[in-house]
Each structure stands twice: as C-alpha cells, then as structure tokens.
Write a protein that binds this ligand. Structure first.
Ligand SMILES: C[S@@+](CC[C@H](N)C(=O)[O-])C[C@H]1O[C@@H](n2cnc3c(N)ncnc32)[C@H](O)[C@@H]1O
Length: 262
C-alpha cells in the first residue's frame, strides 16, 4: 500500500476548505474574535479609497466584502484558494442590493496573477500568514504588485511575530501562559519582511490599530477570568477596549499601507 504524504501547504488549504464546510457563512470560519474583526473593518475603511476598484486576496467567506460594500463604490473582486470559502462568499453577498459590483473566484495568491486583470487597490486580511515561508510571503506581495496600477494602494492586515512576542512577555509577567502560534500560521517577521518589499512599493504607514485591544483582551481580560474558564471574546472590558483609540505596538495584528510609485 502506498501512502501519499501531503505537503504542509496542501494541508493548510484543506484546513480552510474544512473551516468553510463547517462554519459556512459564519464569521467563525475565519476568526473566533468578533471585536478584532470590527477593528479590522474600521482599519480597512480608514486606509482604502472608496472610489477605487478593489481586490481582496484570501477573501474567505466574503465577510469583509459584505461589510465594505456600502463603503467601497467601485467594483470589488474577491479571490480565495479554498473553493468552499468562495461558495460560502457567493451566498453571503448574493442578497445585497449592490451584489452586481462583486465578483468572486477561486485563485491562489502564489499563482500567476495576470489573468485577474489590474486593480487600483488590493488588500489582504490574515492571508499572508498562511504561506509557509518568508520567501512565499514575499512572492505573494510581488504577485500583488504586478497587478497593481501605478499609484495603486496595497493594504495588508497581517499578524506579526514581534507583536505576538510582546503580548506573550506581558502575559508571562502576570503568570499567564504564552499564546501559542496556530500550526497553520507563519506570522510575519516584520524587519525581514519589510526589507524584501519590492522597491516600487512605498511604505506609507504602519497602523497598530489593534494594540490597545490586544493588551486589554489578551492580558487584562485573560488574567481576570477565573482559573479553568476560557476568556469571553465579547466581555465588557473587551468591548470598551475596542471603542478606544489604539496606543502602543503590542498586538500581533497590524495594518501595512503601501503605494505603488507612478
Ligand atoms: C484567516 S482567513 C481570512 C479571510 C478573510 N480575509 C477575512 O478576513 O475574513 C484566511 C483566508 O486566506 C485564504 N488563503 C490562504 N492562503 C491562500 C492562498 N495561497 N491563496 C488564496 N487564498 C489563500 C484562506 O483560504 C482563508 O480563506
């Protein structure tokens, strides 16, 4: 009998298909944390230009696109390599009155992107962290750069290992265990990643939009939970943290805003 050993990338893609099959159109397919999602959407609204045609790579089950449809006035394209995610995304957007402006398709951020056309704005939300090496994360950025118009905007919300380490240091200082990395994630190594961004992409800003929220939810709230209980993502203290302006650089989640030179 021959056994076929799947490589890690294939197993990760299978994981995302299973997430979509299990959770369908629910937020839980792509994140367990509804307040962090609200903060991601607010950050995208601040950094995306409402007038441009937009591509989201790794769009999952379409939750971002649905929430951005009232804000972004151009065409919106969502691409994901998990077929079950795209099927769920079609269900998520189909009843929206503006759904005609949306096109959804199966595609890999690591494949040749030319067939997708060009865009004046591209974004990701926790997509690059599913690529299995820094080389592949950089390749994904290079692919997006190829189909970005001159003057185009690239907005990346990704998780960064240096931010995770900072939160874990604080947790350990008050007797909490470190939060482990998920097996399917490779968090961005910020200095190494930024050094390899294509020269045509000007780094406009890093937005530490989730710093205060992670400090409160992953340190304060986690410490206040009685031993043996799981912290509630929707606890009152988390809700308060999500309403306040962010301070510091303590979260793994960050937004990088780049512009392609003319
Ligand atoms: C954490 S989920 C986030 C989904 C969506 N961006 C959101 O914020 O709701 C990551 C998504 O990236 C997709 N993904 C991971 N690697 C990809 C790749 N190489 N090409 C296209 N999509 C990918 C997964 O299938 C999954 O739907």
């Amino acid at each position: 009998m021959t056994t076929v050993k799947k490589d890690k990338a294939e197993t990760i893609q299978e994981f995302w298909n299973n997430q979509a099959l299990q959770h369908q159109t629910e937020l839980a397919a792509t994140t367990p944390d509804p307040l962090a999602k609200d903060l991601e959407i607010a950050a995208l609204v601040r950094h995306l230009d409402p007038g441009r045609d937009t591509l989201e790579f790794g769009c999952g089950n379409g939750g971002n696109i649905l929430r951005l449809l009232d804000v972004l006035k151009g065409r919106i394209t969502g691409v994901d390599y998990a077929e079950a995610m795209i099927e769920a995304a079609r269900k998520v957007v189909r009843d929206h009155p503006e759904s005609k402006r949306v096109s959804l398709q199966v595609g890999d951020i690591l494949a040749d992107p030319e067939g997708l056309g060009t865009f004046s704005q591209i974004f990701t939300t926790r997509c690059l962290i599913n690529q299995t090496s820094l080389d592949l994360q950089v390749q994904a950025v290079e692919n997006m750069e190829r189909i970005l118009d001159p003057g185009g905007r690239l907005v990346l919300i990704e998780s960064v290992s240096q931010g995770q380490e900072k939160i874990n240091e604080l947790r350990e200082m008050i007797g909490l265990k470190s939060i482990p990395y998920h097996w399917h994630n490779l968090y961005i190594d910020e200095p190494a990643f930024l050094e390899r961004i294509p020269a045509s992409l000007h780094h406009v800003e890093t937005d530490n939009f989730a710093s205060l929220y992670f400090l409160i939810s992953r340190v304060f709230n986690a410490r206040l939970v009685p031993e043996g209980e799981e912290p509630d993502y929707l606890s009152e203290i988390n809700k308060i943290a999500a309403q306040l302006p962010s301070v510091g650089e303590l979260a793994p989640l960050k937004l990088y805003h780049f512009e392609k030179m003319q």
